[in-house]
Design a protein around this ligand. Structure first.
Ligand code: ADP
Ligand code: SR1
Ligand code: MG
Ligand code: MG
Ligand code: MG
Length: 417
């Protein structure tokens, strides 16, 4: 049963809800009879309503008491909407212009109201359609660096970080989903798993029998739960970014918690690399998608370089926390040691990102939640070899970390497969 006061909104009752909040009613203008509404949720978990009035538009996102993609047989607490709005509040001031404007949270309905992004589309969809977004990788890299730095021990005092920890540590239902569907299920015999069958049956069996791979993935699962470096987005794939040619917005941060920065960085890298491998499956008579695939893969170093340069510059100029405090580093030798250490911090995040990219790729090919990049390739004979290339590279990300020291290493390895 759901808490008193909660009801799942529909296209009629969402208008009553908006009508009852003066600020939201004023943003739309007119009265509910003149508002147009459409439920557009296409994600795995929630309801999303887009509402247009004479003066403006809104987006309402509401939790359901179950996993939307699975149905009522997979119950899920409602509180994910709370964490989504708490993330927007915590991170919004540091990533000006790179998230939707957040307007309102209704705790009884587990519903948040934000800017309706238009004419934006989901980045993944654009990439599948063969579109290019010249700034998106730089924007998302800059976003991840700013958001993670500001909510890390470099950007916060001990007391401020403790507040974030206290709030987001309770996002246990979604932390558990990630622990299960990302780190555990895909290499186990979970009934939630699926894959392109029968083409990948042997591969799935081989992966499930790969002791070294399972031990490594399990270890990264432990690090995921224990490395509280920053408030991370927690689901930073290409379906959590909406774009136009020039504008980029990161959305859907319901999986946020204080975790490893490399998890966000690795998620975005994994989704670029998967889209690269999927491109031939979207070829047509007029476009073999080779140029598109090259462009997508080239966004990996663009993304990483943007992340790295922003994070380094924030380390140099924006540190206000209780780690690496200025008083420790006074002499020229100290400064040299500090510069070396900052490099090591970025190298550590990169190494983590490569491993998490591996884990996030395996889960998309063998686990519960698949990516449209591959799923839209309806011909199994075409899809399976592309998924195989992608998952074999993912395995190398996990078992041969010494081969992936730079973003260029990722690009070269992906092209060589
Ligand atoms: P879920 O958590 O279920 O994955 P999302 O937040 O990803 O839900 O939203 C699902 C879909 O709703 C997105 O793919 C996008 O098409 C649409 N959507 C979400 N937020 C907005 C927004 N602010 N403006 C316009 N469309 C949105
Ligand atoms: C029930 S698991 C569904 C997946 O969808 C979300 O976007 C997350 O990636 C989650 O792992
Ligand atoms: Mg989503
Ligand atoms: Mg979501
Ligand atoms: Mg992913």
């Amino acid at each position: 049963s759901t808490p008193a006061g909660y009801h799942a909104l529909d296209e009629r009752t969402v208008l009553d809800f908006l009508d009852g909040v003066p600020d939201l009613r004023a943003r739309l203008g007119g009265s509910p009879e003149s508002w147009a509404v459409q439920e557009v949720g296409d994600g795995n978990l929630n309801m999303v309503f887009l509402v247009d009035g004479p003066d403006g538009s809104l987006c309402v996102k509401q939790s359901l008491p179950y996993v939307r993609a699975a149905g009522e047989s997979w119950p899920l607490p409602l509180d994910r909407a709370f964490y989504e709005q708490a993330y927007y509040r915590a991170v919004g001031p540091h990533v000006e212009g790179l998230t939707p404007h957040f307007y309102y949270y209704e705790p009884a309905l587990y519903a948040l109201v934000m800017e309706k992004l238009s004419p934006h589309i989901i980045l993944r969809r654009g990439l599948i359609e063969g579109r290019r977004y010249p700034d998106v990788a730089r924007h998302v890299g800059d976003y991840a660096a700013r958001a993670c730095f500001a909510t890390s021990d470099f950007g916060l005092t001990i007391e401020e970080k403790a507040e974030l920890n206290a709030t987001f540590a309770r996002n246990t239902s979604l932390i558990r989903i990630t622990a299960e569907v990302v780190f555990t299920d895909p290499l186990s015999t979970s009934p939630r798993n699926r894959w392109t069958s029968p083409e990948l049956d042997d591969l799935a069996r081989t992966f499930r029998a790969d002791s070294a791979l399972k031990a490594t993935v399990a270890d990264w699962g432990w690090r995921f739960l224990t490395n509280g470096e920053a408030l991370i987005h927690g689901d930073l794939h290409s379906g959590s970014v909406m774009v136009t040619e020039t504008d980029t917005r990161v959305m859907d941060p319901e999986f946020s918690f204080v975790g490893p920065i490399g998890f966000d960085v690795g998620a975005f890298i994994a989704n670029l690399v998967m889209n690269f491998f999927a491109q031939p499956g979207h070829a047509s008579a007029s476009d073999d998608r080779r140029a598109q695939a090259d462009w997508v893969l080239d966004q990996v170093p663009v993304f990483w370089d943007a992340f790295e340069s922003r994070f380094l510059s924030l380390l140099e100029t924006g540190s206000r926390g209780d780690v690496y405090t200025a008083g420790l580093f006074t002499s020229p030798a100290d400064q040299q040691a500090l510069a070396t250490q900052r490099r090591a911090i970025l190298d550590k995040i990169f190494g983590d990102a490569v491993a998490y990219a591996g884990v996030k790729t395996i889960r998309r090919i063998l686990g519960f939640a698949h990516n449209a990049d591959f799923e839209r390739i309806t011909d199994h004979a075409k899809r399976a070899p592309l998924e195989t290339k992608s998952i074999q590279l993912a395995r190398r990300f996990l078992l041969e970390p010494e081969s992936f020291r730079t973003a260029a290493d990722i690009v070269a390895a992906a092209r060589a497969i």
